[in-house]
Design a protein around this ligand. Structure first.
Ligand SMILES: Cc1cc2nc3c(=O)[nH]c(=O)nc-3n(C[C@H](O)[C@H](O)[C@H](O)COP(=O)(O)O)c2cc1C
Length: 202
């Protein structure tokens, strides 16, 4: 079921969005509209958040900034693998151009280890909000991290404190016509959930 939201965007029913979402690896080169990206960010920050620490930070990366990010990937590869070939470096450089927009998401450290943990959990929920909103709006999204993601050079380029946590890149674009509507399988809920006290009452 689809409907118009208060913000005027065309969105699908929340359960339908959850049950049909899948990562979209192949997107068209046209850049989504700025208002669409802003809607995704507004959806992200509605995530539940203990003590309202609002720990999430987003960097929207497009155009030449995608190539800058590719250079950072290559720099990191050079740092971790000094004998990397030019071909390997070029492969890293090209990665951000797999989508017209990337949102890099980081999470600020809390005042103690528990707050840090809960900040990370909240930021993961924010990313899921963002993915669901994208799917509901007809955008393709892909949450990626990758080998180059956890290096301090990336946090430095993103302009966040060095003790912030990198949470992922969300690659975004309009789905390519031949992008497979692939849903990955999940184990049946019987294997992952147990019920206690359910039969005793109710
Ligand atoms: C924290 C995180 C990091 C991920 N990093 C990658 C990645 O670097 N490359 C990749 O192919 N998939 C990565 N994934 C998985 C995909 O985003 C996707 O969830 C997975 O392929 C399952 O597909 P689905 O989301 O359509 O069910 C990551 C997922 C999470 C939660």
């Amino acid at each position: 079921m689809t409907r118009f939201t208060e913000m005027g965007e065309f969105a699908m029913d929340v359960l339908e969005a959850i049950m049909t979402r899948h990562m979209v690896g192949k997107v068209r080169p046209e850049r989504p509209k700025r208002e669409e990206i802003e809607t995704l960010l507004r959806a992200a920050v509605r995530a539940p958040n203990h003590r309202l620490t609002e720990p999430w930070r987003f960097v929207v990366i497009a155009g030449p900034a995608l190539d800058e990010l590719g250079e950072v990937f290559a720099q990191i590869l050079r740092a971790v693998k000094p004998d990397a070939t030019e071909e390997e470096l070029n492969r890293e450089r090209a990665k951000p151009r797999r989508a017209p927009v990337i949102i890099a998401v980081t999470c600020l450290k809390g005042r103690d280890p528990i707050e840090t943990h809960e900040n990370i959990v909240a930021t993961a929920a924010a990313i899921q909000n963002l993915l669901l909103a994208a799917h509901g709006m007809g955008l393709g999204a892909y949450w990626r991290t990758g080998d180059m993601a956890y290096h301090p050079l990336l946090l430095e380029w993103l302009g966040v404190p060095t003790d912030a946590h990198f949470m992922g890149f969300v690659y975004l674009g309009y789905p390519a016509p031949d992008a497979p509507p692939r849903q990955t399988p999940r184990r049946p809920i019987e294997e992952v959930a147990q019920w206690r006290g359910w039969e005793a009452e109710g």
